[in-house]
Design a protein around this ligand. Structure first.
Ligand SMILES: [Zn+2]
Length: 409
């Protein structure tokens, strides 16, 4: 039995500690930088017995602990592992209500006739702004405790002009990565006239939502929006300055993945049912395949084949898809464990996909890595190696989090 690793101890901080002071985190057993030019030359850019120097909100130095430059403050990591904060590039956190009964029925093999997304739409419309904001804040704090320092989140449970716009306004108070998903499903108000709903999503609703969002998304799936509708929606969003990402090929084969590549979407999300042509398209373009194993876990569905995508040279991200219906987890470590256990990923690949992969899916170069110039978003594990994220599933290993250079956990 090994002795427990001691808690990290701040050593002699300056009394006039300010944002601009420099801090060295030393005695890191294994540091994931995601910069192949650093450390062992692998994609993870792993450095043993390492240190990171933070100044303001940026990383200014990474390397071997013994070579760390003088700094104002020092934090002893106590022989633990440090990696970039997780980048959760796909979540649905502006919602109200609960779908416990639906999940319980599904997992008990019973039929359940309630309306899925429609249940959450009704609850979300009925909620006040303050209730939605409080719910969002609650789940963000939960994600932060598990090491997530950047998250994307979407509208999609309002499905009216006003309810979609307010969801995005509320989300934008907490993240820059806001996605307009008026095209989550056809609004129940337009069940008899889907074309009129697409006209609304690409017209008045888009006008009201575009100022609050960076991205536009569509659920391209049988029962939601077909390829032509998805193309019209994403093209209209692009014309308003939004960049596309797509819910694609989750429940069945379909046109979503190839449409994503054709429109240079930042990400095709789910990618569970793929033809060889879909895989080839992803390998040839700049669209990241974002895999969301929490959804397959929570619906007992077939796993996406990460191994097939990685072997084809596709950039793969891992994300939670956190939402109250099909994947109610905010835990990136849980998704890493699933990726390794059930989707053919190595522990190194899964950790890369949950950090640098998520950054690629958001077309960001300032996060998901720990090299000079990167944002100082770090996760400290109560473990000597990042491999423990998959090796010790379900264990709360995150023991410290820095976001923009400030220790927040
Ligand atoms: Zn989703």
């Amino acid at each position: 039995m090994t002795a427990p690793v001691p808690a990290p101890t701040p050593i002699a901080p300056h009394e006039d500690d300010t944002m601009s002071s420099s801090t060295a985190i030393t005695n890191i057993a294994a540091l994931v930088t995601n910069d192949p030019s650093l450390g062992d030359g692998s994609p993870l850019g792993l450095i043993q017995d390492a240190a990171v120097v933070i100044e303001g909100d940026r990383v200014t130095w990474t390397g071997e602990s013994s070579k760390a430059p003088a700094t104002d403050n020092r934090v002893d990591a106590g022989g633990r592992a440090v990696l970039p904060g997780f980048v959760d590039s796909h979540s649905h956190l502006v919602f109200a209500g609960d779908r416990t009964q639906e999940f319980n029925a599904r997992m008990s093999g019973r039929a359940y006739s309630a309306g899925g997304i429609r249940t959450t739409v009704a609850a979300t419309r009925a909620a006040s702004d303050a209730e939605l904001a409080a719910n969002l804040t609650h789940y963000l704090a939960e994600a932060l405790r598990q090491g997530t320092t950047t998250f994307e989140t979407k509208s999609g449970y309002g499905l009216t002009v006003e309810d979609e716009a307010r969801a995005l306004r509320i989300a934008a108070e907490h993240t820059d990565e806001v996605t307009y998903l008026g095209a989550h499903i056809v609004s129940p108000d337009y069940a008899d006239d889907p074309a009129a709903y697409v006209a609304l999503v690409t017209g008045e609703m888009l006008d009201a939502c575009a100022p609050h969002a960076r991205w536009i998304d569509v659920f391209c799936e049988k029962g939601a929006f077909d390829g032509d509708q998805a193309r019209a929606i994403l093209t209209a969003g692009k014309a308003k300055g939004l960049h596309p990402r797509i819910h694609a090929n989750q429940l069945s084969y379909g046109p979503g993945v190839q449409l994503a590549v054709e429109l240079d979407a930042a990400s095709a999300d789910h990618c569970t049912h793929l033809t060889d042509a879909d895989v080839d398209a992803l390998a040839s373009g700049d669209t990241v395949a974002t895999l969301l194993p929490g959804a397959e876990f929570s619906t007992r569905a077939e796993w996406p084949d990460a191994r097939r995508l990685l072997d084809a040279g596709v950039t793969v991200a891992l994300s939670t898809d956190c939402n109250p219906g099909s994947s109610f987890t905010s835990s990136m470590p849980f998704c890493i464990a699933l990726g390794v256990r059930d989707m053919g990923m190595t522990p190194d690949e899964a950790v890369w996909s949950a950090t640098a992969g998520g950054a690629a899916a958001l077309r960001r170069t300032d996060i998901g890595r720990l090299a000079p110039g990167a944002r100082a978003d770090l996760t400290l594990l109560d473990a000597p190696s990042h491999v423990h994220l998959a090796y010790r599933p379900g264990v709360p290993l995150v023991s410290g989090v820095w976001r923009s250079g400030v220790q927040v956990v």
